[in-house]
Design a protein around this ligand. Sequence first.
Ligand code: SF4
Length: 285
Amino acid sequence: MKCNLCPRKCNADREDGSLGFCGMPSQIKVAKWGLFNFEEPCISLNKGSGAIFFSGCNLACVFCQNYEISALKNGKTITTKELADIFKQLEDMGAENINLVTPMHFATSIVEAIKIYRPKIPIIYNTNAYETESVIEYVAPYVDIFLPDLKYYSPQLSLKFSNAKNYFEVAIKAIKKMYELKTNKFAPNGKMLEGIIIRHMILPLCTEDSIKVLETIKQYFPQAKVSLMAQYTPMFKASSFKQINRGITKREYEKVLNKYIELGLDGYVQDLSSASSCFTPKFID
Ligand code: SF4
C-alpha cells in the first residue's frame, strides 16, 4: 500500500521496500527504549517515563538532538508483537507511562501492538505535530496523552531549519484535533492521566517567532498545558547555520519567558541551565 500518512504524501510503497521522506519501511524500527527522566514532571514523575524512540522522522531539523535515529536512522527492526512485549516490560519496570517518541510513520503498526497488549499506564503520543488530522483521529482511541511540539510560526524558519514550509498550518490543524479529543486529567499525585501538553523550544535569534507561537497557543488552546523548553544546544548540522550555532542567551530566554507569564500560560518552564547535551539520550546499546 502506498504511504500518504503524513503531509509529505510521498506515495511510497513502504511495504515493498520503497522509502519516502521519513526513510522508513513499513516494519517498525526502534532505536532505544527505557526509563527516561527528562520529560515534564507530570510525565516523568517518580520512576520515569517509559520512552520508546522510533527511528526515522518526517521532518529534517538541522539541529535535531536525536539525529542519530531521526536522520541517520539507527535502530533495530522489530515486530508488532515485540513492540507489545516492550510495552509490558516497561510497565513491569515501573514506568509511569508509555512514551511513543516520533511515532507517526509507524502509526498503524503501533495501533496493532496496542491491540495485542494495552498497558494499564497512560500511553503518550509524542510528536513533532507535522501530521494529518486523520492520523490523530485514528490513534486517539489508543493513546491517552498528546505531547506535540509547536516548533515554528514562520514558514521561512520552518523551511530553513526543518524542510517544511507549511509546518505551522499543518501543525496547528493537528493540534486543534488533539485538543478537541483529549481533556486534561491528573492523578492526586500530579501524574498526567489524559490530556495535551504543547511543547515549544526557544531557538537563538528566533524570539519573535517564539512569541507568535505562544500567542497562538493562548488564542486556540487556552486549557492546554504549555511546556517552554530552553534546552537548545547546537547539534547535527546546526554549525552550518550561524544564526543557531549557539545556545540561547539569558536575554532571549527572559524575553520569551516574560511573554509566557504575561499571557498567563500554564505548564512547565525549563531553566536556562537545561541547555546541555546531557539531556540528549544516547542511542544504540
Ligand atoms: S510517513 Fe513517511 S513515507 Fe509516508 S508520507 Fe510521511 S514521510 Fe512519506
